[in-house]
Design a binder for this molecule. Structure first.
Ligand code: DGT
Ligand code: CA
Ligand code: CA
Ligand code: ZN
Length: 573
C-alpha cells in the first residue's frame, strides 16, 4: 500500500490524540503533533525520502525515534505503538476531542462517569442533561457540546487542494497504466484549482470502458465502491475522498473536459449561448440537430459559441464569458513570473532552517530576492524577535549578501499588529528594513468594526508595507476573523499598501474573490509562501493558482518585478 505524507501525518496525530486521552506526558504528545505537522507540510514525498535513504532526522522535530517510526510506517502502513493504543481505546473516543470544550481529561471523565465512548453517546447524555451535573462541567459546557454536535453535522468537509493532489496524481498514473486508456485527466474543481475540492472528477477516454472501470474499482486505496456503471463509477477512498470516474470516447474528449470541469454556473452560461445559436451542448459534443459540430478539443466547444478558450480557473460565471466575448480575458499570472518570495521564517523564530539555507533554497528556485520575515516579539510562542535580536539578524543578512551571488536577501519582519493597531516594534528599527509584513495573530474575536479599525490604523503607520495573511483563516480548522475586506482593499489602494496572497495551502487568504476585488480596485498584491522551512518555498504555486482564480495578472503582483521594480512598488503613496 503506497503511503502518502498525509497518512504519516494522520498516524502521528492519532497517536497524539490517543496518548492525550490516556493522560500521557504533554511533551510526548506535542512531539507527535509537531512531527505530524512537519510531514504534512512537506512538499516532497516522504516515501521517496525513505526509499532514497535520506536522513529524516534533518527534518524539524524529527529525532531518531520518530525517523524510525516514519520508516516503519512507509514500509508497513502502520506502527506497533498505534496498534497497541488503538487496541486499548474505543474508536469513537478520539472523535470527542474535536468537540469544543472537551480536552482529554474531560473525555476521560465522561467515559468513566457516564460511559461515553462515542459521539452518539455524547449527544445522548448531553440531551438528557447528565453532563451539567458532573463536577466542573456545568450547563454552559453542556449547551456548547450540543451546539457543536449540531454544527459539525451540517458542515461538509472539503479536501485541501494540496491533499487532493497527493491522492489524484498517483491515481492518474495508475489509470494511465491501463493499456486501453487514452487521455486521463482530473476535471472538476480540481482543474479549476479551487482551494478545496468536494470530490475528484476523473475523465478517461477509451473505446471500451470495461477494463478501465475494472482497474479503477480495483485500486488498493478504494475503501468502498459507491456505484459502478459502464460510463460512470464512484468510489470512496481510504482517505475519505470521493472519486467520480467517467469514460467517454476520444471524439468526445473536449466536450467532456469542458462539461466536467464546470463550474456548473459556467456550463449553464455556455449552454445558453449554444441554445441561442441553435446548438445542443452536452458531455459528448456540440450538436446541431443530430450533426456533431464539435467535441474532440475543448477549444472547439468555445469556438462553437463564438468564444476564445477560457482558462479553467476563471470558469465560475463571474464575468469570464463577457470578458471572453469582448476579447478582454486577462493574461493570467503564472508561477514562472515569480521573481522572489516576500514572507519566510528562519530558525531565529519558528522556522526550521538557517538564513543561509533559506537563501540557497531561494537561489535554487531561480529567485532574484528573498525577504526574511521572522516573527516579532509579541509572538512569544515562536520566540519572536525583539529589536536587539532583529538587529543581529540584519547584520547577518548584510554579511550574507556580501558573500552570496545570484540572490539578494531582503531585510524584513513579520511584525504583529497589536490590538490597538500599533506595530509590535519601534518605527526606528522598522524604518531600516526593506519591507514589513504586518499580521494579526491575536484577538481574532474582535467585532468586524473593531478588527477593521485595528488594521486600518496599522496601515496609517508609514512603516506598514504588506498585510500578511489578511483574514487569519485556516481552512477546515479556523474561520477567518471578521473584517471589512472591501475597506481594507480600498485603504490599501489609496495608501500604496500591499495585500498578501498567502500561498500556504491551508491559508490561501486572500480568497479568489478578494484577489479579484483587489485587482479591480488597484490594490497591489504580493504572493508569498510564509515558508517555515526551505522546502516550503515550493508552495508558491498554490498562491499563484489562487491569484489566477482572482483574475490576477503579473503586473498586479509586486514580486513579479525585478529587484529595482520591487523596491519601487514597495514605496507608499
Ligand atoms: P466540488 O466537487 O464540490 O469541489 O465541485 P465541482 O465543480 O468539481 O462539482 P462536481 O464534482 O459536482 O461536478 C463536476 C463538474 O461536472 C461540475 O463542475 C459541472 C459538471 N456537472 C455536474 N453536475 C452537473 C449538472 O447537473 N449540470 C451541469 N451543467 N453540469 C454538471
Ligand atoms: Ca468535484
Ligand atoms: Ca463529482
Ligand atoms: Zn503569520
Amino acid at each position: 500500500m503506497p503511503v502518502h505524507n498525509s497518512d504519516v501525518e494522520e498516524i502521528f496525530n492519532e497517536i497524539a490524540d490517543l496518548l492525550e486521552i490516556e493522560g500521557a506526558n504533554p511533551f510526548r504528545v506535542r512531539a507527535y503533533r509537531n512531527a505530524a505537522r512537519t510531514i504534512g507540510s512537506l512538499s516532497r514525498n516522504v516515501r521517496d525520502m525513505v526509499e532514497e535513504d535520506e536522513d529524516l532526522t534533518e527534518l524539524p522535530g524529527i529525532g531518531e525515534d520518530l525517523a524510525g517510526k516514519i520508516e516503519t510506517i512507509v514500509k508497513t502502513g502502520t506502527v506497533e505503538q498505534l496498534e497497541k493504543l488503538r487496541a486499548r481505546t474505543p474508536p469513537g473516543l478520539t472523535k470527542l476531542l474535536d468537540v469544543s470544550g472537551l480536552g482529554p481529561k474531560r473525555v476521560q471523565r465522561l467515559r468513566e462517569e457516564l460511559g461515553v465512548e462515542s459521539m452518539a453517546d455524547l449527544e445522548r447524555v448531553a440531551k438528557e442533561h447528565k453532563i451539567r451535573e458532573l463536577d466542573g462541567f456545568g450547563e454552559k459546557i453542556e449547551q456548547g457540546i450540543i451546539e457543536d454536535i449540531e454544527e459539525s453535522k451540517e458542515k461538509e468537509q472539503r479536501t485541501l487542494l494540496m491533499k487532493a493532489e497527493q491522492v489524484a496524481e498517483p491515481l492518474v498514473t495508475y489509470l494511465k497504466a491501463s493499456e486501453v486508456a487514452g487521455d486521463v485527466v482530473v476535471a472538476g474543481s480540481y482543474r479549476r484549482r479551487k482551494e478545496t475540492v468536494g470530490d475528484l472528477d476523473i475523465l478517461v477516454t477509451c473505446a471500451d470502458s470495461g477494463p478501465v472501470m475494472e482497474r479503477f474499482v480495483g485500486h488498493e486505496e478504494v475503501a468502498e465502491v459507491v456505484s459502478r456503471g459502464e460510463t460512470r463509477s464512484t468510489v470512496m477512498l481510504r482517505s475519505g475522498l470521493q472519486v467520480d470516474l467517467r469514460v467517454v470516447p476520444q471524439a468526445s474528449y473536449g466536450a467532456a473536459m469542458h462539461y466536467f470541469t464546470g463550474s456548473q454556473a459556467h456550463n449553464i452560461a455556455v449552454r445558453k449561448r449554444g441554445v441561442e445559436r441553435g446548438y445542443k451542448i452536452n458531455e459528448y459534443g456540440v450538436y446541431r440537430d443530430s450533426e456533431v459540430i464539435a467535441g474532440e478539443e475543448e477549444a472547439e466547444v468555445f469556438r462553437a459559441v463564438d468564444l476564445p478558450w477560457i482558462p479553467p480557473e476563471l470558469r465560475e460565471d463571474r464575468g469570464e464569458i463577457q470578458a471572453a466575448e469582448a476579447g478582454e480575458l486577462p493574461e493570467l499570472i503564472g508561477v514562472g513570473d515569480m521573481r522572489g518570495d516576500l514572507h519566510c521564517h528562519t530558525k531565529a523564530t519558528d522556522g526550521a532552517d538557517s538564513l543561509a539555507a533559506m537563501a540557497r533554497a531561494g537561489r535554487e528556485r531561480g529567485y532574484d530576492y528573498l525577504a526574511i520575515t521572522d516573527h516579532s516579539r509579541r509572538v512569544a510562542m515562536a520566540h519572536g524577535l525583539d529589536e536587539k535580536r532583529l538587529r543581529e539578524q540584519l547584520a547577518e543578512i548584510d554579511r550574507l549578501n556580501e558573500e552570496l551571488a545570484g540572490i539578494t536577501l531582503l531585510k524584513g519582519i513579520e511584525v504583529d499588529i497589536l490590538e490597538d493597531g500599533s506595530l509590535d516594534l519601534p518605527d526606528s528599527v522598522l524604518a531600516e528594513l526593506d519591507l514589513t509584513v504586518c499580521s494579526v495573530h491575536y484577538r481574532f474575536d474582535l467585532s468586524r468594526e473593531k478588527q477593521t479599525e485595528r488594521i486600518l490604523r496599522a496601515m496609517d503607520n508609514p512603516q506598514f508595507r504588506i498585510l500578511g495573511h489578511p483574514t487569519g483563516r485556516l481552512l477546515n480548522e479556523r474561520e477567518p476573523f471578521e473584517v471589512d475586506m472591501e475597506r481594507l482593499v480600498e485603504a490599501a489602494a489609496e495608501r500604496g499598501c500591499v495585500l498578501e496572497v498567502n500561498a500556504q495551502p491551508s491559508r490561501l487568504d486572500l480568497r479568489d474573490v478578494d484577489c479579484q476585488m483587489a485587482r479591480e480596485r488597484g490594490a497591489k498584491l504580493a504572493i508569498s509562501t510564509d515558508a517555515h522551512h526551505a522546502a516550503n518555498l515550493d508552495l508558491m504555486r498554490f498562491g499563484v493558482d489562487q491569484a489566477r482564480r482572482g483574475w490576477v495578472r503579473p503586473a498586479d503582483v509586486i514580486n513579479t518585478r525585478d529587484l529595482a521594480g520591487l523596491r519601487q512598488a514597495l514605496q507608499r503613496s
